[in-house]
Design a protein around this ligand. Structure first.
Ligand code: PMP
Length: 391
């Protein structure tokens, strides 16, 4: 029997065989001509995936938290006012990082876990202060809440704030048009919808963000994160020239280029649509099985993952049972509701059979609990949803 389980957590995700094969290539020098070509191409491809033809990509060894740290370290100076549009655990983290670099942080929080802060409240707050930066967590992975980034970013811009978007759980899975939506910096990590094993922090800085960086009065407070070091490196790779600051994770960059090629081949519109369709099928199945989602309304429920409260009589013990049926899902993360819900990731290379498999495992696991789920209801709803909205 195959021992492998299907990994359906919100990152790391399942990667394509081509991406995994590129991880096993012989590691070259970081200045080998073929590696320089691959890194340069990956940098160019990131502009397409972020929708930022005018942006400057940065690819650095680290996780998504490093990408957040890098954004704050380079764009914030002591005493700057920062506004955090807060939808959960990762918005809190951005607040903490901004404070570490000396920002004075104001949070506009959702009225309840699973909700989004209102545009009117964000606008009132922006009007009342003089914010240098505003952060938005596109999809907060702790709540599966998705923010209307386009509307929020427009507000931030209109009030003179530099708009930073944490797209760790959205880039390459949800619609995100960095330039068109006026986003000054968007960031992500490799292990989510970008489809590459963990280890890369990825950012795209727009021209306004670069201008803010170049006009800093104080040095960047982190040696490793300083764009003064990384900017020449990114430019050199793009110009296909050798350079060195910190050794790049050669195989991960190779894998990134392969994955970006696959993403672009699928096409951003089709890719986002696939995520929407598969997410809808999973969510339909979840409601048919009697689950309630953490997001309080369908318009702000993400397509990259689903967060579900356990039904009456069910607790985190069911996660192990789901695992026995061959699927790994994730427990709760948001401190206020941690023990009451779980999360299922469905992003990147995810397909119809993955969705059917996770629904089947969930339904099978539920059948040994007191939950009043009609056997077959989840798979039935899932199949119907997939049939009603064919690819
Ligand atoms: N922001 C969001 C929205 C995330 O989902 C995560 C990771 N789950 C992070 C930031 C931090 O990324 P990492 O774990 O790669 O440091």
């Amino acid at each position: 029997m195959k021992q492998r389980k299907l990994l359906m957590i919100p990152g790391p995700i399942e990667f394509t065989p081509e991406v995994m094969a590129s991880m096993a290539l012989p590691t070259t020098s970081h200045v080998a001509p073929n590696f320089i070509e691959v890194f340069g191409q990956a940098i160019e491809r990131l502009r397409t995936v972020f929708g930022s033809p005018s942006g400057q990509p940065f690819v650095v060894a680290g996780s998504g938290t490093l990408a957040m740290d890098m954004a704050a370290a380079n764009l914030v100076e002591r005493g700057d006012a920062a506004l955090v549009v807060n939808t959960g655990y990762f918005s809190d983290r951005f607040g903490a990082i901004l404070e570490r670099y000396g920002a004075s942080v104001t949070h506009v929080r959702a009225p309840a876990v699973g909700d989004v802060p209102g545009l009117d409240e964000v606008e009132r707050t922006l009007k009342a202060g003089s914010y240098k930066v505003m952060t938005i967590t596109h999809v907060d992975t702790s709540t599966a809440v998705r923010v209307d980034v386009r509307a929020m970013a427009a507000l931030g811009r209109a009030h003179g704030a530099l708009v930073i978007v944490d797209g760790v759980c959205s880039v390459a899975g949800e619609a995100l048009l960095q330039d068109e939506w006026g986003i000054d910096l968007a960031l992500t990590a490799s292990q989510k919808a970008l489809g590459v094993p963990p280890g890369l922090a990825v950012l795209v800085a727009g021209q306004r963000a670069l201008e803010r960086f170049h006009s800093r009065k104080t040095p960047v407070g982190s040696y490793y994160s300083d764009w003064s070091e990384w900017l020449p490196i990114m430019k050199a790779y793009e110009q296909r020239k050798p350079s060195y600051f910190g050794t790049p994770p050669v195989n991960l960059v190779w894998a990134l280029d392969v994955s970006l090629g696959q993403i672009i081949e699928e096409g951003m519109i089709r890719r986002v649509d696939r995520h929407r369709r598969l997410s809808a099928a999973f969510k339909d199945a979840a409601s048919a099985m009697g689950f309630r989602q953490v997001p309080t309304g369908p318009l702000h429920a993400a397509d990259t993952l689903t967060a579900l409260y356990y039904p009456e009589g069910v607790d985190a013990g069911i996660l192990g049972r789901i695992g026995q049926f061959g699927v790994i899902v994730a427990g709760g993360l948001h401190p206020e509701i941690r023990a009451r819900y779980f999360r299922v990731g469905h992003m990147g290379a995810v397909n119809e059979s993955d969705i059917l498999t996770v629904v089947g495992a969930l339904e099978s696991a539920l059948s040994s609990t007191p939950a009043k789920t009609e056997p077959g209801s989840g798979l039935h709803a899932c199949a119907r949803s997939l049939n009603e909205q064919p690819s």
